[in-house]
Design a protein around this ligand. Structure first.
Ligand code: TYD
Length: 206
């Protein structure tokens, strides 16, 4: 039985998810909420295998790649997300199944089929989709992280991924422009999350 709140951060690489997520977590903890911060790919066996693929995706077939993401997520849901929701926590996850629909969708899979294969995964209460153009994303990866883009991050690929993220119709998705300052993006995120918390409290008390 789910009683917590699940919030997923999504978006193409370089949008600042891993900066914004801990800032939101601390803000919520200061208000007395129990918060679990987590991410995908996880640090479990499937997640570690996925990280090995970063430099060379051709090591596995597209089928095997999709299978790895699904297995990693199944384990993540069973061992981390579901128990935390049952304890009543607010779970903040850096990536969730929308990433599979967008990235593996860009690699040729039908996003609808990918969504359909996630009946085991609780639907998020809110998806914070951070938006940035693929050009901005790649220049952030190069300049700020001092890294060259990995195989999941090539430009043509990122354009397809961004288009797919833009096309998803789920009502839990809120799009947040991510080209602003860290503080401005965080303010927009807090605003949306506060509205969610008010709605949840009203529905619990009414
Ligand atoms: P990322 O969030 O960038 O991890 P980290 O910051 O730890 O390097 O995710 C790694 C890459 O994996 C990213 O380019 C997107 C890709 N990915 C998928 O292709 N499908 C998925 O289902 C997930 C969760 C990630």
């Amino acid at each position: 039985m789910k009683s917590g709140i699940l919030i997923a951060f999504e978006g193409i690489d370089g949008t600042g998810k891993s900066t914004q997520l801990p800032l939101l977590a601390n803000f919520l903890r200061d208000q007395g909420y129990t918060v679990v911060e987590t991410c995908e790919p996880t640090s479990g066996p499937y997640g570690r295998r996925i990280r090995e693929l970063y430099r060379n995706r051709k090591q596995v077939s597209p089928d095997q790649e999709l299978e790895l993401f699904l297995r990693d997520r199944r384990q993540h849901v069973t061992e981390c997300i579901q128990p935390a929701l049952e304890r009543g926590a607010i779970v903040l996850t850096d990536r969730y199944y929308f990433s599979t629909a967008a990235y593996q969708g860009a690699a040729g899979w039908d996003p609808e089929q990918i969504f359909a294969r996630h009946d085991f995964a609780p639907e998020p209460d809110l998806v914070l989709l951070l938006t940035l153009t693929p050009e901005e994303s790649l220049s952030r990866i190069r300049d700020m992280r001092g890294e060259s883009p990995n195989d999941f991050e090539q430009k043509e690929q990122l354009e397809k991924v961004a288009d797919l993220f833009a096309s998803f119709p789920q009502s839990c998705i809120v799009r947040i422009p991510a080209a602003l300052s860290v503080t401005q993006v965080q303010a927009a995120i807090r605003n949306v999350v506060q509205q969610l918390l008010v709605r949840k409290e009203l529905s619990c008390s009414g």
